[in-house]
Design a protein around this ligand. Structure first.
Ligand code: ADP
Ligand code: MG
Ligand code: MG
Length: 888
């Protein structure tokens, strides 16, 4: 087992990532580039794993750490625990998967009553030494001794209140106040945990290292991994690094820089800086930072920016940022600290960005010659493109013209817009969202504890924090609209109200609120949203994706409007038009009920005729919209009982229309009730046993196609047969089709293409795929039903246990209804081989909800399917995912 590696060790990148984690790997690269990084070393994930298993440190670790620490001591010419000239260290977490802010880091380790004096005299700055000490005490107390952070915060607020300035910043506290705070924290640690803060620096060090390794298993981290679907990861590594100090004075501070704007992708350095502070202050969002560049400062506040305040340091930071972006070929998120005018880089990683920014940055980097088109395609998260179709608010001008004005304004942290009901905590957000409410989470600031609430909320508002605060970063990652730093809003958590401005009436929990994450504006009440703005670069990226992919991408579209939208999202055709969804309108449901309940043939034909006319009109419009592109229409597939009337007035209306007694209709309706409708009288089973039903649908399709071709609109029709279990079902249906064809067309030659396909969604259908292929032209694998039947899980009832399997027990890695299960994929593979074996030109693809999921699309590429069919909003993502799968 390797125990540790110094930051300047040369290592194979893959080994390095596995043993040292992303953060340390980044530090290695920065070091190798010759940029200023404090020296340090990393204890490997293997040591962490051993500690977890045996509860003991591996042999030789203490000596190895001592040796590596001596190296640092020589490099910076300070000694750990030396009262005259103390070395302070940072003990940092970092795993092979990035989990920003989820695990713990301790700073200023090595301070005690003796070294405190040494540090103060070495820097000729007593305030700074005390500030470093109280930070260590708080971090040690919370991370090692598990004391609630609020207890430290209360003491700090108490002190400020006693001084008569509850809103003063920490850096404004005087030396005496700092001394008081240190004493107060020391006693808090002893009171709360039963033993005093260790004065022995070695104890501090090992306590810190142990806590950092243990933080892999803290609630936040576990919850985060579950949410991000991170499984089987190996635990964290632990980096020990010399401290540099951002809190020594006005020429020091800590900052975060993005090499481009993470909201919109603008190629301009972007970020925030807190003078006279250590880095954790920035992430915590407790104080409002200043911008890095004068350009991004609020009007009149340019002088506060790092660029104006310390031009030399700013220039150096900009140069380092440019170097790092070029080196990694990707937009970076960089943590830095300036100590007495000299900047140090403490971390770099690929920056979290909104979907619009991701698209712009990828396309720009190709234009700049940094990336190839294929590389650029791999840089954009296919799942996030859905955000680009997000709704937004009308422009501020348009709203003003309607007399609508913002009630408060904060920083536009993550774009998009949302309306919803106010909630003040994450648990409440989860409860309300489960009840189907749209909620807006309103917090003073957010922390890792709030993520489950942020995930379900439509939007997030915080009163404090900047553009790189926790709320902002997480919301961008989640694609949620978010407004932070709304300094004027006042939240009263006791009363559970929020005032958007001083004189505004308070809004209560449950009241409506609208936010615009692109402007930072907040409005009381609910405002109507409009369709999304387009990102100019998306079209270009999509043409690259279309060039790179092999599989065709079709849309699910059940209505003419949906078909037109599908075309605008780049669909190559309609892969699934579910005709049962055409019966949602009340008059159509009524006609369908009459047709199903009619006793007399004449009545049945009358109502079927009504339905045929309605369907035919819709099909004509869909064919016209698709203009010669394939349109796959699936014959009715719905549990018939769902179409039956619910209440007495409805039954009475039916009885009137059909000239029957009420109880005759009631009984007829009851005959359609099934105990397990998902596997009952539906699909082709209903089509072959209910006289006239599929005839009607086929007539509607064929006559619509006929009408279109007569008007010179090209038609490419595919008829899809649902729920096939027997080859004979297909044969029987072919007979119906031929009969209808003969009746619709006086001449036997059709002027349009018409193919017949099998919905392959039952295990039996997979196994008879060779026979099916001889009687059909194409297969459409129905992901949902195949998943239901291969797993024996009813989708409608899956929520009773699947979330628990996934989230709590960790028995399955993902929801099989979202990402295709491996065994379902195997089933598809079997069917595909048998089908293609019988008929080489068989076309096959996947439809259902999984058809839009990037993970499933990757599986489809591997299987060698010819197309995927995705829901509308996932079309751009599906095109990109198909390209990525091909490139991989
Ligand atoms: P996280 O994973 O939560 O970002 P980090 O290990 O990056 O944790 O530490 C958090 C913050 O602590 C950093 O942003 C940085 O400002 C500060 N920090 C980390 N290492 C050092 C160091 N060697 N010297 C000074 N500050 C540091
Ligand atoms: Mg960090
Ligand atoms: Mg199905």
């Amino acid at each position: 087992m390797t125990l540790l590696y110094p930051l300047d060790a040369e290592l194979d990148p893959e080994v390095r990532l596995r043993l040292l984690g992303t953060k340390a790997s980044g530090l290695h690269e920065i070091t190798a580039l010759g940029l200023p990084v404090p020296p340090g070393f990393t204890i490997t994930t293997e040591v962490g794993a051993e500690l977890r298993e045996s509860g003991k440190w591996p042999e030789g670790l203490a000596d190895a750490v001592r040796g590596a620490l001596e190296q640092i001591e020589r490099r910076v010419d300070r000694r750990f625990g030396d009262p005259e000239n103390p070395l302070l260290i940072a003990v940092r977490s970092g795993a092979p998967v990035s989990m920003p802010g989820m695990m713990d880091t301790l700073l200023n380790v090595g301070l005690n009553e003796q070294t405190l004096a040494g540090l103060a005299s070495k820097h000729a700055n007593e305030w700074f030494a005390l500030d470093a000490y109280r930070r260590l005490l708080q971090m040690y107390g919370t991370v090692v001794r598990d004391i609630d952070i609020d207890r430290f915060q209360f003491r700090l607020v108490d002190l400020k209140t006693k001084l008569g300035r509850p809103r003063m910043t920490d850096s404004e506290l005087g030396i005496e106040s700092m001394q008081e705070l240190v004493a107060s924290y020391l006693s808090l640690i002893e009171e709360a945990s039963g033993s005093p803060f260790p004065q022995d620096v070695e104890t501090q060090l090992w306590d810190a290292v142990r806590a950092v390794f243990a933080s892999w298993d803290n609630t936040r981290a576990v919850r985060y991994r579950r949410m991000q679907n991170i499984h089987g990861a190996t635990g964290t590594a632990c980096t020990i690094q010399a401290m540099v100090f951002g809190n020594t004075g006005a020429q020091s501070g800590s900052g975060v820089a993005f090499t481009r704007n993470p909201s919109n992708g603008d190629k301009q350095l972007y970020g925030e800086y807190l003078p006279k502070a250590q880095g954790e202050d920035l992430v915590a969002g407790l104080q409002t930072p200043v911008p890095l560049t004068a350009r991004t400062a609020a009007p009149g506040k340019e002088a506060t920016s790092l660029e104006e305040a310390s031009p030399g340091a700013f220039k150096a930071v900009s140069t380092y940022c440019a170097t790092l972006e070029r080196h990694f070929g990707d937009m970076q998120d960089i943590e830095f600290t300036i100590e007495d005018g000299t900047p140090y880089i403490l971390q770099t990683r690929a920056a979290n960005r909104t979907a619009p920014a991701a698209v712009r940055v990828a396309v720009d980097m190709v234009r700049e010659g940094v990336l190839s088109k294929e590389q650029a395609l791999m840089r954009v998260d296919a799942g996030s493109l859905e955000q680009l179709l997000q709704a937004r608010l009308p422009s501020v001008g348009d709203l003003a013209a309607r007399g609508v004005h913002a009630a408060a304004t904060g920083l536009p942290a993550s774009p998009g817009a949302a309306s919803g009901r106010i909630v003040f905590d994450a648990d409440h957000a989860v409860r309300s969202a489960a009840e189907g409410q749209d909620v807006i989470l309103v917090r003073q600031e957010t922390s890792a504890e709030d993520i489950h609430g942020m995930k379900v909320a439509k939007g997030v508002v915080t009163a404090a924090g900047g553009m790189t605060s926790h709320a902002a970063v997480v919301a961008r990652g989640l694609g949620k609209c978010c407004v932070v730093g709304c300094g004027n809003i006042r939240i009263d958590f006791g009363e559970r109200t929020v005032r958007l401005s001083e004189h505004a009436d308070p809004l209560r929990e449950g009241d409506l609120l609208t936010l615009d994450g692109s402007t930072g504006n907040i409005y009381a009440g609910a405002l109507d949203l409009v369709a999304s703005a387009t990102v100019d670069e998306l079209a270009e990226l999509m043409t690259w994706a279309d060039d790179a992919r092999r599989m065709r991408v079709y849309a699910e579209a059940d209505t003419p409007q949906a078909a037109r939208a599908a075309l605008s999202y780049g669909a190559e055709g309609v892969g699934l038009c579910r005709t049962e969804r055409m019966f949602f309108a009340p008059d159509r449901v009524f006609a369908m009920q009459c047709a199903l309940l009619a006793v007399e043939d004449e009545q049945r034909s009358h109502w079927l005729g009504e339905l045929e006319r309605a369907q035919c009109d819709d099909f004509v419009e869909i064919f016209e919209a698709m203009n010669g592109r394939p349109v796959t229409i699936r014959l009715l597939d719905r549990a018939l009982q769902e179409l039956m009337p619910e209440d007495e007035p409805a039954l009475r209306a039916l009885a009137d229309a059909l000239d029957l007694e009420l109880d005759e209709v009631t009984q007829a309706a009851a005959r359609h009730r099934e105990s397990n409708p998902a596997f009952g009288h539906r699909g082709v089973r209903a089509g072959l046993t209910i006289p006239g039903l599929y005839d009607m649908q086929l007539r509607a399709m064929l006559s619509a196609a006929h009408k279109c071709t007569e008007r010179n609109t090209a038609v490419d029709l595919e008829v899809l047969i649902p729920m096939i279990a027997f080859t004979s079902e297909v044969v029987a249906l072919r007979v119906v089709l031929d009969r209808v064809l003969a009746r619709v067309f006086t001449s036997p030659t059709a002027l349009f293409r018409c193919r017949v396909g099998a919905m392959v969604e039952l295990p039996r259908a997979c196994l008879i795929a060779d026979e099916l292929a001889r009687h059909t032209d194409f297969f459409s694998f129905g992901g949902n039903d195949l998943t239901q039947t291969v797993l024996g899980v009813s989708r409608d009832d899956a929520n009773r246990f699947l979330p628990c399997y996934h989230n709590e027990l960790g028995l399955i890695a993902a929801d099989p209804f979202t990402a295709l299960d491996a065994r379902v994929a195997e089933m598809i593979g079997i069917a595909l081989r048998r089908g293609k074996g019988a008929r080489a030109d068989l076309i096959a693809g996947l439809c259902g909800d999984q058809g839009g999921s990037p993970d499933s699309i990757a599986v489809c590429e591997k299987l060698g399917l010819d197309f995927v069919c995705a829901p509308l909003s996932q079309l751009p993502g599906a095109r990109l995912a198909a390209a990525q799968a091909r490139i991989r």
